[in-house]
Design a protein around this ligand. Structure first.
Ligand SMILES: [Zn+2]
Length: 152
């Protein structure tokens, strides 16, 4: 006899997962107290209990997002520097700005890259029953809906 598949519980949709990721919140429940410092992230969400490193190698996606954002920012600064000083390029100030961005951007984007990647990962591989405290996740979805109703 075939075992019937377990019914899947509905977690947040892709748009909500990404939105929560962009504001450095837990994608599953929206808890915003997951960073103790800018670059120090809790291993588990204090709200829903999600273990953020869902599988070994999970953070490679966050590194990818951070790398893309940092290189795009660096390219924008360098291009803006050369365009704005054309035709007498101010190489030293442009190089200094480039170094500042090359060091600062990855640090600035670090937390967002982690929460955003976790949200994208959950959108691709939905939460499993054992991963989170479902009543917390479900009530976070309900609160958001109620919040919209009161503001309209
Ligand atoms: Zn959470």
């Amino acid at each position: 006899m075939a075992v019937p598949p377990k019914p899947k519980r509905a977690g947040p949709g892709a748009a909500k997962l990404v939105t929560r990721g962009l504001i450095r919140a837990c994608p599953a429940c929206g808890n915003r107290k997951i960073f103790t410092r800018w670059v120090v992230m809790a291993q588990e969400c204090p709200g829903c209990g999600l273990h953020f490193e869902r599988i070994e190698g999970h953070w490679i996606g966050a590194v990818g997002i951070n790398t893309i954002l940092s290189f795009v920012t660096l390219a924008a600064v360098l291009i803006a520097g050369f365009v704005s000083t054309f035709p007498d390029f101010k190489v030293v100030p442009i190089a200094v700005a480039g170094v500042v961005v090359a060091v600062g951007a990855p640090t600035a984007f670090f937390p967002v890259s982690r929460t955003l990647w976790t949200g994208i990962d959950i959108a691709m591989r939905p939460l499993e029953a054992h991963e989170v405290n479902w009543p917390v996740v479900e009530s976070s979805l309900k609160e958001d809906t109620e919040g919209h109703d009161t503001h309209e």
